[in-house]
Design a protein around this ligand. Structure first.
Ligand code: HEM
Ligand code: HEM
Length: 184
């Protein structure tokens, strides 16, 4: 594993982390305000935006993962018990996994429903499978469940941990992911 000695994430990793945070907020708002998707729902603006932001999140996550694999993580902050370092890593990798699984399931489900996906009206995104391909109907429910229970609960724990480090332990963990005046 690559370990940077800077003590904080690279500027690129920080930008990508907060970009995904903002995109996810937009995406959940779109998911919860767009019309409920049923058997013959037309792809109206909010639904189309949900698809586009979802594909954008998937692309940014792939770039972020490549950056992460190449650049590694900074050495743990001083005085952090090993169990916290290990449990943080488990949560981080689960979040990465779900940030891939959720949009791919959404993309599969939109394809299954025969709903066209155009990336912000710029170009068509190809379907991943044929309309009503047998055996893929479950993808909509699981897309929603993993987004709402998986991502939201894990992100909630993750945010609680970051706030615990900042407000209770008063250590430098949160600062590792904040844009600073110095360092990369
Ligand atoms: C990280 C990215 C994504 C998140 C967090 C997310 C979240 C959600 C949420 C919360 C809902 C539930 C809406 C409701 O309450 O009815 C939903 C539904 C849906 N999303 Fe996504 N979504 C993501 C990406 C995508 C992508 C990339 C696509 C397609 C290209 C997509 C297609 C759908 C479809 C078809 C539904 C309706 C599923 C059903 O009710 O059976 N989503 N999404
Ligand atoms: C208020 C919101 C958030 C705060 C304060 C926050 C804070 C942090 C901090 C301090 C780290 C570095 C942890 C360490 O050094 O061990 C980190 C890493 C990470 N965060 Fe967040 N985060 C937030 C939201 C999110 C969300 C919504 C996601 C995704 C759903 C997310 C995914 C990740 C991942 C995957 C890492 C691991 C980075 C890596 O090692 O590649 N974060 N976050």
């Amino acid at each position: 594993m690559v370990i940077s000695t800077q003590g904080r994430y690279t500027r690129t990793a920080i930008v990508l982390h907060w970009l995904i945070f903002v995109l996810l907020i937009v995406q959940f708002i779109l998911g919860w305000t767009m019309p409920h998707i049923g058997g013959h729902t037309p792809v109206t603006t909010l639904i189309s935006l949900h698809f586009s932001f979802g594909v954008l999140i998937l692309a940014v996550v792939v770039i972020r993962l490549i950056w992460r694999l190449v650049h590694g993580e900074p050495a743990p902050a001083d005085g952090i018990p090993p169990w916290q370092t290990h449990s943080a890593r488990v949560i981080h990798w689960l979040l990465y996994l779900l940030l891939l699984v959720v949009p791919i399931l959404g993309w599969i489900n939109a394809s299954y429903r025969g709903m066209p996906i155009t990336f912000f009206g710029l170009f068509p995104v190809p379907p991943l499978l044929a309309t009503h391909a047998p055996g893929w109907g479950w993808t909509g429910d699981i897309h929603v469940d993993v987004a709402e229970y998986g991502i939201l609960i894990l992100a909630g724990l993750h945010i609680a941990a970051a706030l615990y480090h900042y407000f209770i332990r008063h250590d430098q963990v949160l600062q590792r992911m904040l844009p600073g005046l110095r360092g990369g």
